[in-house]
Write a protein that binds this ligand. Structure first.
Ligand code: PCA
Length: 208
């Protein structure tokens, strides 16, 4: 089995992105699965293009996109991506789309097809706080998640894919007021637990 894990470049003036730091700590193999890691630009359009190239090149069985959700205290497993870009801050190339449809021939929304509740339980069993999130926002993370699920729906029906938001790292909140964070080790462990759960579940899933 091949699992593609993506993380985002730093954005919004931050020098690091917790998602990228955490995925870099993942080993190249977990149980029998090969882990392929890639960096996604925090840019509307380009983020989806980068993912599309990786899907074509790597032909993964599972795709887990990871992004930073500054302000959230837990690991959050996203349930749904919506067909809209509505940015409140510019992306890394200055794009600031407002109320823009992502794919004209796409559904209004797509659900993650990862076992999201089982993943939450698996992360909690690792003693790390986690919950389902019912909104990935309307910025680049939702954009990428929507793109992934659009490709799965249109072309790669056998891929299991979804999105996970992770909190800031402690070093990112040193000068922020009352903003939660999570250690890099815990975020990486949570991703590890997620991947193990997905591998375990795949034994019951004939399409993998
Ligand atoms: N988080 C942003 C985009 C890149 C990232 O890591 C988001 O939540 O949309």
């Amino acid at each position: 089995m091949k699992i593609l894990v993506t993380g985002f470049e730093p954005f919004a003036g931050e020098v690091i992105n917790s998602s990228l730091e955490a995925i870099q700590l993942l080993p190249d193999t977990i149980e029998n699965a090969q882990i392929v890691k890639t960096t996604i630009p925090t840019v509307f359009g380009k983020s989806i293009e980068t993912l599309k190239e990786m899907l074509e090149k790597e032909k993964p069985d599972v795709v887990i996109c990871v992004g930073q959700a500054g302000g959230r205290a837990k690991i959050t497993i996203e349930r749904v991506a919506i067909n809209i870009d509505d940015a409140s801050i510019p992306d890394n190339e200055g794009n600031l789309p407002k109320d823009q449809i992502i794919f004209k021939d796409g559904e209004n929304a797509y659900f993650s097809n990862l076992p999201i509740k089982k993943i939450v339980e698996a992360i909690k069993e690792c003693k790390i706080p986690a919950s389902i999130s019912n909104s990935a926002g309307t910025y680049v993370c939702n954009h990428l998640m929507y793109g992934l699920l659009y490709f799965i729906n249109k072309k790669y029906k056998n891929i299991r894919g979804g999105f996970i938001h992770v909190p800031y790292l402690p070093e990112q909140v040193l000068n922020k007021k009352n903003v939660p964070s999570m250690s890099l080790d815990n975020i990486a462990l949570a991703l590890n637990c997620t991947i193990k759960k997905i591998i375990e579940e795949s034994h019951f899933d004939k399409s993998l």
